[in-house]
Design a protein around this ligand. Structure first.
Ligand SMILES: Nc1ncnc2c1ncn2[C@@H]1O[C@H](COP(=O)(O)OP(=O)(O)O)[C@@H](O)[C@H]1O
Ligand SMILES: [Mg+2]
Length: 303
């Protein structure tokens, strides 16, 4: 566990994000994403059943919850990689229901995957180019405006180099993505996500499998996104990370939002402790013991 890692940049916490008392589904002053009645079942299993949730703009929000809580499924639904049985949700005031994943991305909502999708048999640079929004217009540019296309491709490459340098991957730009370490692939995925100038970046377990040295820089990169005006929604298991960089925490358990609030308050919420410690559950339900340990540690810290 990389609990001894803290961000080098002092995070500037954003305050006053919500309207009224914090709690599941609380309204935000300036929501960038709003989901309403979003439900997804797999056979008899209800994986996601979110009554209402709003993600505050310009802040870092952590989505936490035990394994199997429905976090990844919820990410998939929000970004068009899966379809809900019912419900509606909007991004920046525009409905996203029935909008396919590539169009969601073009609208400025980019996500990364829990299991990294960097394409191993492409070079690092080609992975970056794939992240460029403009590639959707590739054919038109190539056939009709070859000059403009070349100019645009230069721009893309320049931007890719700039991002790779920022993520310390520039020396590896001609290597196959498959040759990168797990942590470097996470960095590549994040760098690639930034190729399209997103306004909302959703990261599914960005720190998982990343060694402590890289964890540090990933954390700083996430803080950077916020300082550049982006909104971040990330799933994370390490509660120390959550506490250090999140302005807001949303807790899911068994498909539902069970708590929301600022990190310090949420960690002391009985609903959260319940969700993690499984007070009403049987250990057979697959409560993630690592989670429980981390939370216990954190509660001790707070006292
Ligand atoms: N494609 C699928 N088919 C069947 N069950 C699924 C599928 N995807 C997820 N689930 C189930 O939905 C629940 C939520 O999973 P997931 O969203 O991956 O949780 P989390 O990311 O919070 O760990 C789990 O019980 C999981 O087994
Ligand atoms: Mg998951």
């Amino acid at each position: 566990m990389s609990s001894d890692v803290t961000p080098t940049a002092k995070p500037v916490k954003t305050t006053g994000l919500h309207v009224g008392d914090a709690g599941p589904g609380v309204r935000k002053v300036d929501p960038i994403l709003i989901a309403d009645g979003v439900k997804r079942t797999f056979g008899g299993l209800t994986a996601v059943d979110v009554a209402h949730v709003e993600v505050p703009r310009g802040a870092i929000t952590a989505l936490i919850g035990p394994n199997g809580a429905g976090k990844t499924t919820f990410f998939n639904l929000l970004t068009g990689f899966d379809k809900p049985d019912e419900g509606k949700w909007e991004f920046d005031g525009r409905s996203l229901a029935h909008v396919p994943a590539y169009r969601v991305a073009r609208m400025g909502l980019i996500r990364t995957f829990q299991l990294t999708k960097a394409l191993g048999l492409l070079t690092v640079m080609d992975n970056m180019k794939l992240g460029a929004k403009s590639q959707t217009g590739e054919n038109l540019f190539r056939s009709v405006l070859p000059f403009l296309w070349r100019k645009q491709e230069d721009g893309i490459e320049e931007k890719a180099v700039e991002l790779l340098t920022r993520f310390k991957l520039e020396p590896k730009k001609d290597d196959y993505a498959a040759s990168l370490s797990g942590g470097q692939r996470k960095l590549l995925e994040m760098a690639r996500a930034l190729m399209s100038d997103p306004t909302l970046v959703m990261l599914d377990e960005p720190m998982a499998g990343v060694n402590p040295a890289l964890t540090q820089s990933l954390l700083d990169h996430i803080l950077d996104l916020k300082s550049q005006g982006m909104t971040v929604l990330f799933v994370e298991h390490d509660m120390h990370m959550v506490r250090h960089i999140a302005d807001w925490v949303i807790v899911m358990a068994e498909g539902q939002i069970v708590a929301e609030g600022d990190p310090h308050t949420v960690m002391q919420d009985p609903a959260v402790i319940d969700a993690y410690l499984g007070a009403h559950h049987d250990a057979d339900l697959g409560i993630d013991t690592e989670h429980v340990e981390v939370l216990k540690e954190l509660i001790d810290d707070e006292q």
